[in-house]
Design a protein around this ligand. Structure first.
Ligand code: ATP
Ligand code: MG
Length: 544
């Protein structure tokens, strides 16, 4: 198997040396919020690696922190993974293993490798030492095994207040790795767990629970982000000292960061709570539910994750690179349609009263899509951006006495401009060239501009929503999200659309010709066209 990244290189070598016989991964979200696009990278990595090697990937809910976790999040996480098209092998929860994890803690005590400590959280942190100085041993470090066992069971039985006692691994207070300086592995915490209710009043710490849970599931490669690199020696210590049967291996990879994008559950939650967005699924949110609601195809996200690859060093990806993949996918898969923003009425004075039907190509990138009929009539609307009273040089759209082609219809000439009292355009009076019909043009007139339009006879009113990024550009590296919020990120326009955009119903994605990619919504019976991504590709591939 050819390796595409350093993780696959490791796996190949292990397979060759017989250290593993297959690949079993897990995706380990904490159910304390909705998944975001960074999680998509981890999902693609975990599910993709397992699939490549004919292995499996579990969904593992890391629910060791009961005060922040909810069933709502568990359900949302499952729905998001299904949307991306990944199939987990088994679902497990850290809480399913609470009994086993407790037994492993008892074993550590029995082996003289863990002790109950009465120091407060502050005292533990004060005696931990620094990068240059060793820590100080706890005065409770040398309690007898019997006393430790008795106290640990008393912790479990609810005989101590929250924070009064903890269980610590007895490793090495002088270790250069601070994570190995007698880390806390169990704490007393009275919180109702979303799955185990009030059964437990002690909960294991992540660093202790995770390797045991990985092992219990038969996980071979426990892939996590770089901030856990310093925790790996503790991960290995737990694997070696708790007597677990399977020995999983932790490998770290770089987090995904994207410019102008909030990439932290904690901060995304704050946006929802502060009502800066309409919810977790607001189309501006980089959550998977937000991206789905916006109309971003799952395939486009997966193509993006594949293209950015897996690295050992953190970096920031341009948001335009993500948009490039969305546009790329929709260009091939989305139907075309026409809608005009801030419409201007056009009367074609020499056109007959009866309308006619024109052929409209559904998707030039999909030969099988064919054509559909659109109405062309004496009165039409064009986009206000396509007419200028005061045109700059080389203006190829419509101007007084100028010619333009109407997409899939005729060439028209603007004969007269009727103004409102305030000087704005009320309507344009134009004439059409009957011999200039698209596909059968014998007029001999050459025009440079082609504009889109809708027929006044059957068009529908719509609202158009365009979006900016929720985060403004950073003024300096590491600037806090709270200083970069863009509170003016929704722009609403009035528009008129082909009736087809209403007939197709909610949730369909289109390329609105010359405007961008939009998704249809029905809000109280009204057609809303919500921007997915603009037409213009801002991504510039760098030359190697
Ligand atoms: P956040 O900081 O946004 O809360 P998290 O790391 O706490 O994220 P978890 O639910 O613990 O979220 O993450 C589940 C998995 O997804 C972990 O393996 C985590 O490392 C990975 N993950 C989270 N964010 C990213 C990211 N930006 N890029 C790549 N992987 C990520
Ligand atoms: Mg986390």
């Amino acid at each position: 198997m050819e390796a595409n990244n350093f993780i696959e290189e490791i796996i190949n070598q292990e397979l060759e040396e017989g250290k593993v016989t297959g690949v079993h991964t897990r995706f380990p979200p904490e159910p304390n919020g909705y998944l975001h696009i960074g999680h998509a990278k981890s999902l693609c990595l975990n599910f993709g690696t397992a699939e490549k090697y004919g292995g499996v990937c579990n969904l593992f809910f890391d629910d060791t922190n009961p005060s922040k976790e909810k069933t709502e999040y568990v359900d949302a996480i499952k729905a998001d993974i299904e949307w991306l098209g990944f199939k987990w092998y088994e679902i497990h929860y850290a809480s399913d293993f609470f009994d086993v994890i407790f037994e492993k803690a008892v074993k550590l005590i029995e082996d003289g490798k863990a002790f109950v400590c009465d120091l407060s959280a502050e005292e533990i942190s004060e005696t931990r030492g620094t990068l240059t100085e060793p820590g100080k041993e706890s005065p409770y470090r040398n309690r007898s095994i019997e006393e430790n066992l008795q106290l640990f069971y008393a912790m479990k039985d609810g005989r101590f207040a929250d924070g009064e006692k903890v269980l610590r691994a007895k490793i090495d207070m002088a270790s250069p790795n601070i994570n190995l300086r007698d880390p806390v592995i169990y704490r007393v915490l009275r919180a109702t767990h979303h799955r185990t209710g009030d059964k437990w009043c002690i909960y294991p710490m992540y660093d202790f629970a995770h390797p045991i849970c990985d092992s219990m599931q038969g996980v071979t490669h426990s892939l996590c982000t770089l901030e856990f690199e310093d925790h790996r020696p503790l991960y290995n210590w737990v694997v070696e000292n708790t007597g677990v049967e399977h020995k999983p291996r932790q490998i770290e990879f770089a987090r995904l960061n994207i410019t102008n994008t909030v990439m932290s559950k904690r901060y995304l939650k704050k946006l929802v709570e502060d009502k800066a967005v309409t919810g977790w699924d607001d189309p501006r949110m980089p959550t998977l539910t937000g991206l789905r609601n916006r109309g971003v195809p799952a395939e486009a996200l997966k193509n993006f994750c594949e293209a950015i690859g897996i690295a050992k060093a953190n970096s920031e990806i341009e948001v335009s690179y993500l948009e490039h993949f969305i546009r790329d996918y929709l260009n091939v898969h989305a139907e075309r349609a026409m809608a005009v923003f801030e419409p201007i009425k056009v009367v074609i004075t020499n056109f007959p009263e009866t309308s006619e039907k024109e052929d409209f190509e559904i998707n030039p990138n999909d030969e099988t899509s064919g054509t559909r009929k659109i109405t062309f009539s004496k009165e039409i609307y064009i986009d206000s951006e396509d007419f200028s009273l005061d045109p700059p040089p080389k203006y190829f759209r419509l101007k007084k006495d100028g010619y333009v082609r109407l997409k899939n219809a005729y060439i028209i000439k603007c004969d007269d401009v009727v103004l409102n009292e305030d000087g704005s355009v009320k309507e344009l009076r134009c004439s059409y060239i009957p011999e200039s019909k698209s596909g059968n043009d014998t007029s001999g007139i050459k025009v440079k501009g082609v504009i889109h339009w809708v027929s006044a006879e059957d068009c529908v009113d719509c609202e158009i929503r365009k979006y900016d990024y929720l985060l403004k550009d950073a003024e300096y590296a590491g600037q806090d999200f709270s200083e970069r919020m863009n509170y003016d990120s929704v722009h609403v326009f009035k528009g008129k659309a082909e009736p087809y955009l209403k007939q197709v119903g909610e949730g369909k994605s289109f390329q609105l010709m010359r405007k961008g990619y939009y998704k249809t919504f029905d809000i109280d019976g009204k057609l809303v066209l919500s921007e997915i991504v603009s037409l213009k590709d801002g991504f510039k591939p760098t030359k190697n």
